[in-house]
Design a protein around this ligand. Structure first.
Ligand SMILES: *[C@@H]1O[C@H](CO)[C@@H](O)[C@H](O)[C@H]1NC(C)=O
Length: 478
């Protein structure tokens, strides 16, 4: 019996075959194309879509850079998972300075991110490539790892290998505005030997746009590199941390976090402080504090209340001054090791990206903030706007985010979530009760800030599955 789908494809083939023959040169280097499906069609016992064979088997994941191991070791973990499947095979080797900084090696061991186990010096990578066995090289931070000199050495190693045994380079990237290393891309593209692997979709989209522009360059030396064909995928570095269900979900929202280096140009710390200070002056009780007395500099916790007071955690590094009114409200934790960081982060009720609205264009368009992956892996919902979800498309899911209307500032949203009520915001901002803005605000309260452990788990599983599909594509050279 021919299935209905078989018949539909057969009819489709009859229609498109003449077109495909006409287009043959265009399709000849493509993935599994319709013409191949049509050939398979002649034998109804074969599956409609045969997976492309695996082409890459020995992977080196390497970096000279003393950061981002949480990003590239997450990829090592995905690679090993995919290679352990019955239909795939292969092995991964890591080349990086040891030990990983900030106690990350503990995480590698605990989560078994790298079953291969042995980490070699990044200096030995080129010699290892020379032995001819490695067929895929992943660089952890191409902004650093593929600058002019290292790129030259790797290219020489590529050129030295016989045509029948070349390797592919995979570039993990974070920020398209970091352009020095990008001068290395055309030589790799010319050899059809590079693919780009950012950690978030909007950075991928920025690279695709940039490649389309360069592919069309007035300079024939750039134009001939074929940049429009460089594959761009996204691998989201989310680990399977042992996050306990240690948050008491039955109480009011209490612990918010802004995570990241304390740079006031990218994150709106000062505006958030000012708004929090203002909101505390209006209604300290809703935040769990006593009114400020004349002789006091800082708000004090109202211990007569049952609910825990609100706290804003700043987890990251650097220096930032806290207004004295907020000394008991804002808590700074800097320079944490990874195990401490994950433990504290997973105590948080909500994560506030706090991108400064006008000057953080880079976090929306060109650079990936790691906050989202950090929050997702620690089961912390993220307070977002539509704008953020359009950039970080992988978190556009109710299980991962709390969506506020952009008209509602972060502090207003936190207050409304804590109080379970938006009327204060609507009155204050003069927003009509049945307007779309009001509806978004009401929906935010209705969905609340609590996500069950099962929801968070299911969401992470969807990210891991998407990561596996990306790694499959890379191993199949699609
Ligand atoms: C905090 O609010 C008080 C008024 O309640 C104001 O005098 C003070 O300047 C504010 N501080 C900051 C840092 O915004």
């Amino acid at each position: 019996m021919y299935s209905r789908r078989t018949l539909i494809v057969a009819a489709g083939c009859a229609l498109v075959l003449p077109y495909l023959l006409w287009q043959l040169p265009v399709y000849s280097s493509g993935q599994l194309d319709l013409d191949q499906r049509c050939q398979q069609q002649q034998n109804p016992s074969t599956l409609l879509i045969q997976p492309q064979p695996q082409k890459r088997f020995r992977v080196a994941v390497a970096s000279h850079f003393g950061f981002h191991f949480d990003v590239y070791m997450a990829l090592v973990w995905t690679l090993e998972r995919v290679m352990a499947r019955p239909d795939m095979q292969g092995s991964v080797e890591v080349f990086a300075e040891q030990p990983f900084g900030y106690q990350f090696h503990q995480i590698v061991d605990e989560l078994r991110l790298y079953r291969g186990g042995a980490v070699r010096s990044p200096e030995s990578l080129v010699a290892e490539i020379g032995t001819g066995e490695i067929d895929l090289v992943v660089l952890g931070t191409c902004e650093i790892d593929l600058r002019a000199e290292p790129s030259k050495a790797l290219l020489a190693a590529w050129d030295a290998r016989p045509n029948s045994n070349k390797f592919k380079l995979v570039c993990i990237v974070h920020n398209i505005e970091d352009t020095d290393w990008q001068l290395s891309i055309p030589e790799w593209s010319r050899r059809n030997a590079i693919r780009i692997l950012p950690i978030a979709e909007h950075v991928g989209a920025a690279f695709r746009r940039s490649f389309l522009v360069s592919a069309d360059s007035a300079d024939p030396a750039i134009r001939s590199a074929g940049l429009e064909n460089v594959p761009v995928d996204v691998h989201v570095p989310v680990l399977d941390l042992a996050v306990e269900a240690n948050r008491d979900r039955a109480r009011v929202l209490a612990n918010a976090v802004i995570q990241g280096s304390f740079f006031s140009d990218r994150r709106d710390y000062h505006k958030i402080f000012a708004e929090l200070n203002e909101s505390l002056a209006v209604d300290p009780k809703v935040w769990g504090y006593l009114p400020l007395q004349d002789n006091e500099a800082s708000y004090r916790v109202d211990t007569s209340l049952q609910d825990p007071p609100f706290r804003l955690f700043l987890i990251g590094s650097g220096y930032i001054e806290i207004p004295e009114q907020l000394q008991n409200v804002v808590v700074i934790r800097d320079g944490l090791d990874y195990p401490e960081f994950y433990a504290l982060m997973s105590q948080m009720d909500i994560c506030v990206p706090a991108f400064s609205s006008e000057h953080a264009g880079e976090y929306y368009d060109s650079q990936a903030s790691s906050t989202f992956a950090m929050a997702v892996e620690c089961d912390v919902p993220i307070l977002v706007t539509e704008r953020i979800k359009k950039s970080y498309t992988y978190v556009d899911d109710r299980r991962a985010v709390v969506t506020r209307p952009a008209a509602m500032r972060e502090v207003e949203a936190l207050r409304a979530l804590r109080a379970g009520d938006v009327s204060y915001f609507l009155r204050g901002a003069g927003i009509v009760a049945d307007s779309p803005t009001a509806q978004t605000a009401q929906r935010m309260i209705r969905h609340g800030w609590v996500r069950s452990a099962e929801e968070s788990r299911a969401f992470k599983e969807s990210i891991w599955a998407a990561n596996e599909r990306v790694v499959e594509r890379i191993l199949r050279d699609l």
